[in-house]
Every structure is written in structure tokens, then in C-alpha cells.
Design a protein around this ligand. Structure first.
Ligand code: MCA
Ligand code: AMP
Length: 483
């Protein structure tokens, strides 16, 4: 297949590529460092990347792609239980880290390769003879029950989604992207790091999202901003009374939100303060990007735009029949097909088979309507047991399982509740083992954060005498949420 990153060999060596805080690499330096690291991966079958928001992560992932070795990004804040599952499921041969990283169990048991961002080595050409169907990344994503599944993303999907976005957004090598997204998910890693590099442009990562960081970078040459709705909500809160932020947003070429719905209220506040419209795109770990508002199209708040080039999208009713109407009313499940799709869940043929229809469409589980001109409006989700909090997808089942391991918990149910900042907040409904001394929120939050990840911790705990159950003994979550 043609190279994923032509600019590594073709761009002027002194062209800026990646910046994290004070540290930056040009294309020449990135090619040398990633080339050197790639050279050390030749014998690896699969590698893990300790995906801190640092230069080392960017170099490590580019190196793995150059070497044709699939990379598994790890959330460095994940707890032992979650890391243990991902490592045993994906069985990486080594972990790529920054030299000063301290690794927790069980990651520290892997052979480690410290990435030297100043290393020098030839860029493997043509990218280790990789095929377009070869796995590029394995990204873990939560389901309704059980531990996260590894979505196997082929090289073809990376190339096609990034090129489709370039078409939709008029994204070129002249763009300078700023963001503060985590690098262990598709949004921050694929769109936010690999995207600019495929275009021959540059990315400035904030290390940690702040509205001040966004303002500083957009006021000093950055042209695009990517963020989850929580970040735009925080921008909307800060923008009135912050002339620097107003100037930054007003001058940006493109403000893009994704990973969850951006409330119309926040769209409106940003538009009122800056005259600028945030545009939304819709994707999934399994599908990469499916739809977007186009740079040359109408920014219509509450919609995620139109299917990207190469992506087939249909709405399907409960009985399997296709929604023919473009009436803004008839709801169906979004199903997609195209070169942007993953190839399956690692070691989970059952889950993979269940995710596709017989004729090869991927069932997203997202419910939507279509406007007469094809704009897609997401109106809900099939599974009530999936929660989107801060743009992270979180399965109720994995948190319930973790809560049930706490000695103070007899029964547990987890739901999502609307939250202005996070979109949804995680609520734990608990039947305490001892009603006289129920476990406190802080205790349960720390328990979940330690096992799974801090973003999966409950933000609210409610104690009950018993969980509402139907005749079959199944917990009635809707009764909880509305009770
Ligand atoms: C708090 N913390 C704790 C605890 N309580 N740590 C351990 N135990 C506890 N009990 C720590 C947290 O680890 C964190 O540490 C800090 O306190 C604040 O935590 P939190 O409140 O969770 O963070 P936040 O500041 O509210 O984060 C908001 C955020 C974040 C920055 C918007 O949610 C975020 O980065 N979201 C992005 C999600 C994303 O990229 N999703 C893409 C997947 P510290 O201070 O050290 O950080 S979706 C996708 O990829 C598809 C394809 C798509 O469409 O995009
Ligand atoms: P993840 O599994 O973390 O990749 O999350 C994918 C899910 O995020 C999708 O199935 C949607 O439910 C949601 N999502 C992503 N982008 C948007 C958006 N712009 N509007 C609404 N939901 C979105």
C-alpha cells in the first residue's frame, strides 16, 4: 500500500510536525526518531504503547506504523484489572514508553523499549511492505457488559478516514491543529496526531486541555481545534469575558467537536460570543469517521452532517427494513459500510459476528433521523447500558462488576444521568451489605478508579434497600433513572 505518511520522506526536513509543550520535532527529526524506533521493532508481532500525552507516544505510534507492527495504545491511568485484561487479550511483545515512565503492574512485566525522540535511523520504505488490510492499531472500547473489546483497525481505515476528512474539511498541510485529547483513543490519536502527519501539517498538543492553552495556540498560528463536547462546554463557560479566547476562536479556520453530542445551548453560546460555528463529526472506534459537517456546507447545530466520501450509511428499523424517508422524523439505527471500518474485535469472533448484518453493514447502535438534504441527526442510542461521559464510552456492566467486588456492596446498578459538563455522569445505585454503614462515594469512586480507570468512577452514589427488578429478576434501570 502507498505510505501512510508521505511527508516523512517528501516534506522539507525543517517543516514543523509535532509539538508537546516545549518539545517539538520537525518532519526530518520525526522521520529519524520514528525510523530508528521502527528499526528496533522489526521482530515484534504486536506492541503496546504507554500512551501518555507526550512526544514519545507520537513517535512510538508512527514507528509502529512504519514498521508494520500493530500498536495497542494503553491508557496510563487505567487500573490493574483493566490493564491486565488488555495485556492478556492482546499479548504485546513489548511496551514502548518514555525513558522516565514508571510502569505499574502488570505492564512492568513486559519487555520495555524506551523511545528516543532524538534518535536517528532511516525511514523504512515502503513502510515495511504492509498491506492495506494489515492491522495498524488495536483500540480497546467498552461494551454494555464485560471488559473492553479490542477493535482491530486496519491501515486502510486510517488512510481512508483521514483522506475523507481532508476532503470534508479542506484539511491541508498548511493547517496547524491544537488539542488536548488523550492519545489512547481514536479521537486524539488517529484524528489528532496521525491526521496532521498524513497531511504534512502539524499538531500542537496541550498535554492537558485548558481554555488558556487553546487561546494561546490559536492566537499564535494554530488553525484548527479538535475537542469533545465537555471541552467546548468549558470554552462556552469561559468565552464571555475572555477577549483572548474570543479572538482565538474567531480567528480559527475550523472548530470541530466529536465523540458525543454537543448540546445546542453550547453551540449557541460560542456562536454568540465569537460569530463562529463549531462543526460536528460522528464516528466510533470501530468505524472511525462516518459523517461530518463539511467546511463548505451549512453548519447545522444538532446534526452531525452528511456521510463522508466512501462511507455508505443507512437507517434501519427494528424489523430490519431500511428507512427510506428523509423526513427529519423517522428514526432508525445507523448502519455503515466502507473502507473506514475495523476488521473485527480481537479474539471475539462472536462479538464481531453480532456487530455486522448478514450483508456486511456494521450496526452502530446509534439511533438517528435524516433531514431532507441528508443531514444526520443522532437522537439516541439503542443500549441504555452505554454511558458517554466526557466523551469516553463507558459500559455500565464493567462498573457494576467492579462495584460488586467491594465488600460493602451487596447489589449494584449503574446508569448515566444528564450532566452539563460531562454530557452524562455515572450514577451508582447501591444496596449496601450493611445498611448501617453504607460505603461512601469517595470510597467507591477510588475503588473503581483503581481497578478500571478514573474516568469510569461514579460521580454520584445512591443507596437503596433493594434494586427494582421485573418478574424475571432483571434490574429495571428505567425505573431507577426516573424513580
Ligand atoms: C479524580 N481523579 C481521580 C479520582 N478522582 N483519580 C483516581 N481516583 C479518583 N477517585 C483524577 C483524574 O484521574 C484526573 O487526573 C483528575 O482527577 C480529573 O478527573 P476527571 O474529572 O475525570 O477529568 P476532567 O478534567 O473532568 O476531564 C474532562 C475531559 C476528559 C478533559 C474532557 O473527560 C477527556 O479528556 N475526555 C476525552 C475523551 C475522549 O478522547 N474520548 C474519545 C473516545 P489528572 O488531573 O491527572 O488528569 S470516542 C472516539 O474516539 C470516537 C472515535 C469519536 O467519535 O471520537
Ligand atoms: P467510542 O466507542 O468511544 O468510539 O464512541 C463512539 C460513540 O460516540 C458513537 O457510537 C456515538 O454514540 C458517539 N458519538 C461520536 N461522535 C458523536 C457526535 N458528534 N454526536 C453524537 N454522538 C457521537
Amino acid at each position: 500500500m502507498t505510505p501512510l505518511f508521505p511527508a516523512l520522506t517528501d516534506a522539507p526536513a525543517d517543516r514543523p510536525a509535532v509539538r508537546f509543550g516545549e518539545r517539538s520535532l520537525t518532519y526530518g527529526e520525526l522521520a529519524a526518531a520514528a525510523g530508528a524506533t521502527a528499526g528496533r521493532l522489526r521482530d515484534a508481532r504486536r506492541v503496546a504503547v504507554w500512551a501518555t500525552p507526550t512526544m514519545e507516544t507520537a513517535v512510538a505510534v508512527v514507528a509502529a506504523l512504519l514498521a508494520g507492527v500493530p500498536a495497542v495504545p494503553l491508557n496510563p491511568k487505567s487500573g490493574e484489572r483493566e490493564l491486565g485484561h488488555i495485556l492478556s487479550d492482546s499479548a504485546p511483545g513489548l511496551v514502548l514508553t518514555a525513558p522516565d515512565d514508571r510502569l505499574p503492574a502488570p505492564v512492568r512485566d513486559l519487555p520495555r523499549l524506551d523511545v528516543d525522540v532524538h534518535g536517528t535511523g532511516p525511514v523504512p520504505v515502503p513502510e515495511a511492505h504492509a498491506e492495506e488490510s494489515d492491522p495498524a492499531l488495536i483500540v480497546y472500547t467498552s461494551g454494555t457488559t464485560g471488559p473492553p473489546k479490542g477493535a482491530v483497525i486496519p491501515r486502510r481505515a486510517l488512510a481512508s478516514t483521514l483522506d475523507a476528512l481532508a476532503d470534508a474539511w479542506e484539511w491541508t498541510g498548511d493547517d496547524v491543529l491544537v488539542h488536548g485529547l488523550p492519545l489512547f483513543h481514536v479521537h486524539g490519536l488517529v484524528l489528532g496526531v496521525l491526521g496532521p502527519l498524513r497531511r504534512g501539517g502539524s499538531v500542537r498538543h496541550l498535554g492537558r486541555f485548558t481554555t488558556q492553552g487553546v487561546a494561546r495556540e490559536l492566537n499564535t498560528g494554530a488553525t484548527m481545534l479538535f475537542g469533545v463536547p465537555t471541552m467546548y462546554h468549558r470554552i462556552a463557560e469561559a468565552v464571555t469575558g475572555d477577549p483572548e479566547l474570543v479572538r482565538a476562536l474567531t480567528g480559527a479556520r475550523l472548530l470541530v467537536s466529536g465523540s458525543a453530542a454537543l448540546p445546542v445551548h453550547d453551540h449557541g453560546r460560542i456562536a454568540t460570543a465569537t460569530g463562529r460555528r463549531v462543526i460536528e463529526r460522528y464516528g466510533m472506534t470501530e468505524t472511525l469517521m462516518n459523517t461530518s459537517i463539511r467546511a463548505d456546507g451549512e453548519a447545522r447545530p444538532g446534526t452531525v452532517g452528511v456521510p463522508l466520501p466512501g462511507v455508505e450509511l443507512r437507517l434501519v428499523e427494528e424489523d430490519g427494513s431500511e428507512v427510506a424517508a428523509y423526513d427529519g422524523e423517522t428514526v432508525g439505527e445507523i448502519q455503515v459500510r466502507g473502507p473506514n471500518l475495523f476488521t473485527g474485535y480481537l479474539n471475539r469472533p462472536d462479538a464481531t459476528a453480532a456487530a455486522f448484518t448478514a450483508d456486511g453493514w456494521f450496526r452502530t447502535g446509534d439511533m438517528a433521523v435524516r433531514d431532507p438534504d441528508g443531514y444526520v441527526r443522532i437522537v439516541g442510542r439503542k443500549a441504555t447500558d452505554l454511558i458517554k461521559s466526557g466523551g469516553y464510552k463507558i459500559g455500565a456492566g464493567e462498573i457494576e462488576n467492579a462495584l460488586l467486588e467491594h465488600p460493602g456492596v451487596r447489589e449494584a446498578a449503574v446508569t448515566g444521568e444528564p450532566d452539563d459538563d460531562l454530557g452524562e455522569r455515572i450514577v451508582a445505585w447501591i444496596v449496601p451489605a450493611d445498611p448501617e454503614s453504607p460505603p461512601a462515594l469517595e470510597e467507591l469512586a477510588a475503588h473503581v478508579a483503581r481497578r478500571l480507570a478514573p474516568h469510569k468512577r461514579p460521580r454520584v452514589v445512591r443507596h437503596l434497600d433493594a434494586l427494582p427488578r421485573n418478574d424475571m429478576g432483571k434490574i429495571m434501570k428505567r425505573a431507577l433513572a426516573h424513580g
